[in-house]
Write a protein that binds this ligand. Structure first.
Ligand code: 13P
Length: 262
């Protein structure tokens, strides 16, 4: 069975100004030389996508440019929204969908998340579908139920062929930006359940090929232990992706896992 290539995303959220975003992209492009062993993507805020893309391209970096959000309609009267064609136009090749802050702060329902997943895949982009339980759901023993539910809703109508462009990010809501990380074993347990659910929804080959990222207070000091788990194929990083040295150290931890058979 082919090994899954570790994959790490840096979700910059609503942080950094234009100068800082460009400087960070340049530092990452200079520092990331592990493109054969690990895949990397960064997700700047909309106004800086083009600038960050240009900074990466200037160094011929393998780091992919991604967007944190979009609207699934092709164009029209959607004030404030950004289309997939616009994102492609500025060089984005990957999008986040279903991030917990969009689900729980902005209020995006599963139906909209599914519409977005389908539209992005139909446009030819790559999707990182984020799922994760809240603390009360975890305490009520609903972790697996919530995560497999969000997975099934999010992927409804996604074809087997399209799954080659899908990554799942498990981000327990209680671990995001809180400094509380899931233990490697807790994260592995949920990743295993997610992979089994993919096997049920699709088949074993697809389940074994899809990369599963962990997100939630992942940092240089805990990345290697998390990535050492058999079903954790990298991470989706918030706070620690805003500092070049930290993000590069996490990428190194992911690259160190490369070559381990899936
Ligand atoms: P933190 O790494 O800041 O906890 O954020 C995780 C996250 O939400 C990435 O999408």
């Amino acid at each position: 069975m082919a090994a899954r290539k570790p994959y790490v995303g840096g979700n910059w959220k609503m942080n950094l100004n234009g100068r800082e975003a460009k400087e960070l992209a340049t530092a990452l492009a200079d520092g990331f030389t592990l493109g054969d062993q690990a895949e990397a993507a960064v997700f700047p805020a909309f106004p800086y996508l083009e600038k960050v893309g240009q900074a990466l391209a200037a160094k011929s970096s393998s780091i992919k440019l991604g967007a944190q959000d979009f609207y699934h309609q092709p164009n029209g009267a959607y004030t404030g929204e950004v289309s997939l064609a616009m994102l492609k136009d500025v060089g984005a090749s990957v999008v986040l969908v279903g991030h917990s802050e969009r689900r729980h702060v902005i209020g995006e329902p599963d139906t909209l998340i599914n519409d977005k997943v389908l539209a992005a895949l139909e446009t030819g982009l790559e999707v990182i579908l984020c799922i994760g339980e809240k603390i009360d759901q975890r305490e009520a023993d609903k972790t697996d139920h919530i995560n497999t539910g969000q997975l099934g809703y999010g992927l409804a109508g996604v074809s087997e062929a399209q799954m080659a462009r899908v990554t799942i990010a498990y981000e327990p809501v209680w671990a995001i930006g809180t400094g509380k990380t899931a233990t490697p074993q807790d994260a592995q347990d949920t990743h295993k359940v997610v992979r089994q659910a993919l096997s049920f929804l699709y088949n074993d080959d697809i389940a074994n090929a899809v990369r599963l990222q962990y997100g939630g207070s992942c940092k240089p000091s805990n990345a290697a232990d998390l990535f050492a788990q058999p079903d954790i194929d990298g991470g989706l990083i918030g706070g620690a992706s805003l500092k070049a040295d930290d993000f590069l150290a996490i990428l190194q931890a992911a690259a160190d896992k490369a070559g381990v058979p899936a």
